[in-house]
Design a protein around this ligand. Structure first.
Ligand code: UTP
Length: 291
């Protein structure tokens, strides 16, 4: 089976970015000149996904509007022959992609948000992308995973090593064995204390899941932080079927917190020929000042 659908949970409150996120969804914050959500949707498209499912909440309609046509703006740009800008606007509504949305009435956690997409996903394996994990690599990370899924046909989650002192910020995999970057899980623990963590391999925001996860999420009680955790449901899924950690190629920026978000802006701006010449002298000046 191929992965045709990707769930993007975007119903969180984004409290770590207040006051910026009081009225603007965290997923609409721009890295250079594109909102986080657009990077996620482009990654889904590159991986062959044809339907994106936003799990949204009230007051975050801008996320849906971003993937709708904007006739007045388009006409304005066309009449002034600003075709480059027009193309940027049209690129947000690619023909081969449909965007559906549903709502999570209360932000009860990532697991609950994924469960809210169950009717739109139906009975097929699907991807989950957390837009605040931005990953840069030669091949987009979800594409790496869907290619692997075509032969493996199992649930998997992207993993990367984190410092031992940080295990209590992530879901952590308990590895059974590893081959060619695929880590068979014998357990998954949400935010373990460093002293109790079974490894330093942290789950990051890219998943491919089989639909069996929905029944488990439906009966799931609240876990760490009082939230319904996706990690806990996956820990029960692996009692029935294989679940793998996928060591991806690329650099991950955790844009869910301020430092990671600034690093992503810096790195992506430096990638750009139009911005680098202005940024490098400034950065050198700042380094001399602060180091
Ligand atoms: P985070 O925990 O990073 O996002 O969830 P948050 O809760 O919005 O942020 P803080 O901690 O208050 O700053 C990762 C992703 O899961 C979504 C978020 O919108 C984000 O894209 N999410 C989280 C939901 O959709 N629903 C939830 O109940 C929680």
């Amino acid at each position: 089976m191929k992965i045709r659908k990707a769930v993007l949970p975007v119903a969180g409150l984004g409290t770590r970015f207040l006051p910026a996120t009081k009225a603007v969804p965290k997923e609409m914050l721009p890295v250079v000149d594109k909102p986080l959500i657009q990077y996620a949707v482009e990654e889904a498209l590159a991986a062959g996904v044809s339907q994106v499912i936003l799990v949204n909440s009230r007051d975050k309609g801008a996320l849906e509007d971003h993937f709708d046509r904007a006739p007045e703006l388009e006409e304005h740009l066309r009449s002034r022959k600003k075709y480059d800008l027009l193309q940027l606007v049209l690129d947000t509504t690619p023909e081969q992609l449909s965007v559906a949305s549903t709502r999570q009435i209360n932000p009860m956690g990532l697991g609950h948000a994924v469960w809210c997409a169950r009717d739109l996903v139906g009975d097929e394996p699907f991807a989950v992308i957390l837009p605040d994990d931005l990953v840069r690599g030669d091949t987009p990370v979800l594409q790496q995973m869907t290619q692997c899924f075509e032969t493996l046909q199992c649930s998997m989650v992207a993993v990367e090593e984190v410092p031992a002192c940080d295990t209590n910020k992530y879901g952590i995999i308990d590895p059974a064995h590893e081959q060619d970057g695929l880590v068979l899980a014998k357990g998954l623990v949400e935010k373990p204390d460093p002293a109790l963590a079974p490894s330093r391999l942290a789950l990051i925001g890219r998943y491919i899941l089989t639909p069996g996860i929905f029944d488990l999420l439906g009966g799931q009680s609240r876990g760490a932080g009082g939230e319904i955790q996706l990690t806990d449901a996956m820990a029960r899924l692996l009692e029935k079927e294989s679940v793998y950690g996928f060591r991806f190629q690329g650099v991950r920026y955790d844009c869910g917190h301020k430092a990671g978000f600034q690093l992503a802006n810096l790195a992506l701006a430096l990638e750009r020929d139009d911005l680098r010449p202005q940024m490098l002298p400034f950065l050198k000046q700042q380094l001399a000042r602060w180091s």
